[in-house]
Design a binder for this molecule. Structure first.
Ligand SMILES: CC(C)(COP(=O)(O)OP(=O)(O)OC[C@H]1O[C@@H](n2cnc3c(N)ncnc32)[C@H](O)[C@@H]1OP(=O)(O)O)[C@@H](O)C(=O)NCCC(=O)NCCSC(=O)/C=C/CC(=O)O
Ligand SMILES: Cc1cc2nc3c(=O)[nH]c(=O)nc-3n(C[C@H](O)[C@H](O)[C@H](O)COP(=O)(O)OP(=O)(O)OC[C@H]3O[C@@H](n4cnc5c(N)ncnc54)[C@H](O)[C@@H]3O)c2cc1C
Length: 627
């Protein structure tokens, strides 16, 4: 994928900043650019892509989000529509639909969330009732809350969509299944009969994604439009259940894994902008006889930014590791082996939340670290925040996913106590649950995070069991303990993030040049030390850290900031974002932030004339007391 080729597409980069376009113009401009962009790339997702190619695809998401300073209305076509065909379609269905989708003959989206339900999939109300006489499904939205609401591209862009609907046969519900539905005429693009479409309105971000609503009025589709890889409806209406009803949730697991790598990229973009700006911005005069220093030389500024570099590396390493697990589990599923699906689900339910929580917070910290100019839309930090914070919610709201992970952790712990072996990423739960003396080495700290997770999981299980002994139902006990269930999941996720980052770096260290190895391992050290200090309460409670150890840890952290400082700009340059992709007045490689701020300011339509017409219409009469 040649970045230069993409960015040299004529008309792809805006001369009129999107900030000054209307809501409608933003959408129309994003369609224009999406067509230009995808015509050039003409490549869409293929589940057989290698992990490296997957990263490139992820790169495409970065390029599109950069070029649009938001996301493309084609986004769901690649991130969910195509993966669902691949994951849920029969061979024939894949054969037919993949050709049309990959050639962009049709544009699709993934319509699952409804006005009334997003998290609770089993509560979805859109109906797909099988009519054996005509061998059709009748799609219907019985109430307003059953309208599909949120799907990207649904409003005016897509002409097909995957609809997740409740299957009814002879009055009996058979759960939620995926249906391929044409929603617009391929020639006129008019909504088909019995289909109501529209846009859901302006949002915090995602304002070029064309999120829409969709309602059905007894709209009929043929039987072959149900994606029947996992479950089938025969001509006579016989329902054949899949081996596991959660296989229909497969696309969401895939996107949760993708989000971890997206967070690595988004955070890398934000810290590149903030750090480069911190290298050119000079402010204050701590030493009277010396010039104003670069704000990057303030240790507080280094504290704000260097963890973002290390976190981007950590998310990237974890994402590549998770992709490998995803692909191996996908191959196992293809041969009917489901054993490792729960572990993949639990991992995705930990790493998607933690990467989005950290990335959102750190991107905001990057914006704040740029002072007033960070507040400019031309800095592209607010938009990056808007994209990242959306991922906190979509693809499984973070709290809900952490509770899902807690479900697996509680099951694993209860099984362990009963003597059942633990496996995979939960095997460490069988390890030593005490730290006799604080070990401040990187491996020692990571081991302490594992002990924290063991202790939090075991103690929340005890709380659950005590509540149930007191007579509470399992559901009420679960809800009562849920704050500490999410805390246990977070502790598990933190232990995974840290240990995978370290082990993946160790694997790569051998092939790095000594200077590069030194810098990258400093980032690992910074990451582990930062989180030990952030979670010092847990370390005091479970890892026998003393006040002397904390003092040592603080001094080590300060020394690490100083050690990384000389390479800080080089580390963000190594993310290798072109100016067009950063799309930021503050983050350009040439460091001409002030000139770019002024250049962008002059593009404001208000600067087209020295006196705005409201002076004569309102101000002057008002100031003359004539209004
Ligand atoms: C919260 C969920 C998972 C609850 O699902 P539910 O069917 O209610 O299951 P249970 O909580 O009862 O758990 C039963 C059982 O199933 C296992 N399980 C659940 N999900 C999966 C899965 N994906 N893969 C494998 N196994 C799964 C669970 O572990 C339990 O196992 P036990 O052994 O413990 O019994 C569900 O409602 C959910 O996923 N909600 C989130 C909805 C969501 O993610 N929506 C995304 C819509 S698309 C979107 O947001 C797009 C955004 C734009 C973009 O991405 O660009
Ligand atoms: C930018 C964006 C793009 C999106 N794109 C798409 C798309 O393309 N296709 C699509 O289908 N959907 C899409 N969505 C919808 C998204 O998937 C849902 O918003 C998400 O799943 C959360 O569901 P919800 O909105 O119903 O929130 P809710 O679940 O109502 O969450 C509200 C609060 O309730 C809490 N809560 C809910 N259930 C529980 C529970 N069991 N235990 C404890 N607390 C709970 C949550 O933690 C949260 O604090 C998009 C959303 C956004 C923001």
């Amino acid at each position: 994928m040649d970045e230069q080729k993409v960015l040299s597409i004529k008309g792809l980069l805006d001369d009129t900043p999107e900030e000054y376009l209307s809501h409608k113009e933003k959408y129309e401009n994003s369609i224009r650019k999406s067509v230009l962009f995808y015509k050039t790339l003409h490549s869409t997702e293929d589940e057989n892509m290698s992990v490296d190619e997957k990263t490139k695809l992820n790169f495409r998401n970065i390029v599109t989000s950069a070029i649009f300073k938001d996301n493309s209305p084609f986004m769901l076509h690649n991130s969910m529509f195509i993966p669902t065909i691949m994951g849920q379609g029969t061979d024939e269905q894949r054969e037919y639909w993949m050709k049309r989708a990959k050639n962009m003959e049709i544009i699709g989206t993934y319509a699952q969330t409804e006005l009334g339900h997003g998290t609770f999939i089993r509560g979805l109300e859109t109906q797909a009732t099988y009519d054996p006489d005509t061998e059709e499904f009748v799609l219907h939205s019985p109430v307003l809350s059953s309208y599909k609401w949120w799907p990207g591209g649904l409003a005016h862009t897509a002409n097909y969509c995957i609809v997740m609907a409740r299957l009814y046969i002879k009055g009996k519900s058979h759960g939620i299944h995926p249906f391929m539905v044409q929603i617009r005429d391929e020639e006129t693009h008019m909504p088909l009969p019995g289909i109501k479409l529209g846009e859901i309105g302006a949002k915090l971000g995602f304002n070029t994604v064309n999120n829409g609503f969709l309602g059905f009025e007894n709209h009929r589709i043929s039987r072959d439009r149900m994606l029947m890889k996992n479950a089938q409806v025969l001509k006579d209406g016989t329902f054949v259940a899949g081996s596991n009803s959660k296989l229909t949730y497969g696309t969401m697991v895939y996107v949760r894994v993708l989000i971890v790598s997206n967070m690595a990229n988004m955070l890398a973009k934000a810290v590149t902008i903030a750090l480069r700006y911190s290298a050119i911005r000079r402010q204050s005069q701590p030493k009277p006889d010396e010039p104003e220093p670069q704000i990057l030389d303030y240790v507080t500024q280094q504290h704000k930014l260097f963890i973002a570099i290390a976190s981007s590396h950590a998310f990237y390493m974890n994402a590549m590791w998770l992709w490998e697990i995803y692909y191996s589990v996908s191959l196992q599923l293809a041969s009917g082996k489901l054993d490792n699906l729960p572990e993949l689900h639990a991992l995705a339910c930990c790493l998607k939340p933690l990467s989005t929580i950290d990335a959102t917070a750190m991107i905001e910290k990057c914006r704040l670290a740029c002072g007033g100019h960070g507040y400019m839309l031309s800095a592209n930090l607010a938009q990056t925040y808007g994209l990242a914070t959306a991922a906190y919610t979509y693809e499984g709201e973070n709290t809900v996913l952490l509770l899902q992970a807690a479900r697996s952790l509680v099951k694993a712990w209860v099984g362990h106590v009963k003597g059942r072996p633990l496996k995979g990423t939960m095997a460490y739960l069988a390890g030593d649950s005490t730290v006799k003396a604080w070990d401040g080495s990187i491996d020692g700290i990571i081991q302490s995070f594992k002990v924290v997770a063991i202790r939090k999981i075991s103690s929340v299980v005890k709380i659950l069991q005590d509540y149930e002994k007191s007579g509470l139902s399992p559901e009420d006990a679960w809800n009562k303990a849920s704050v500490f269930l999410t805390a246990a999941s977070e502790a598990h996720g933190r232990a995974v993030l840290l240990s995978v980052y370290k082990s993946e770096m160790d694997k790569r260290a051998a092939v790095l040049s000594p200077p590069l190895r030194k810098v990258l391992l400093q980032l690992v050290d910074l990451y582990v030390t930062y989180w030990a200090l952030e979670k010092v309460g847990d370390m005091l409670l479970y890892a026998s850290i003393t006040d002397k150890d904390v003092d040592e840890l603080q001094r080590r952290y300060i020394e690490l900031l100083a050690a990384i400082r000389p390479n800080a700009v080089g580390l963000v340059d190594a993310f290798d974002f072109r100016d067009e992709i950063l799309n930021s007045t503050l983050g350009a490689y040439d460091g001409r932030a002030y000139e770019r701020l002024m250049e962008e300011a002059m593009k404001s339509p208000l600067n087209a004339e020295p006196v705005n017409q409201t002076f004569h219409k309102y101000l002057k009469p008002f100031m003359r007391g004539k209004l």
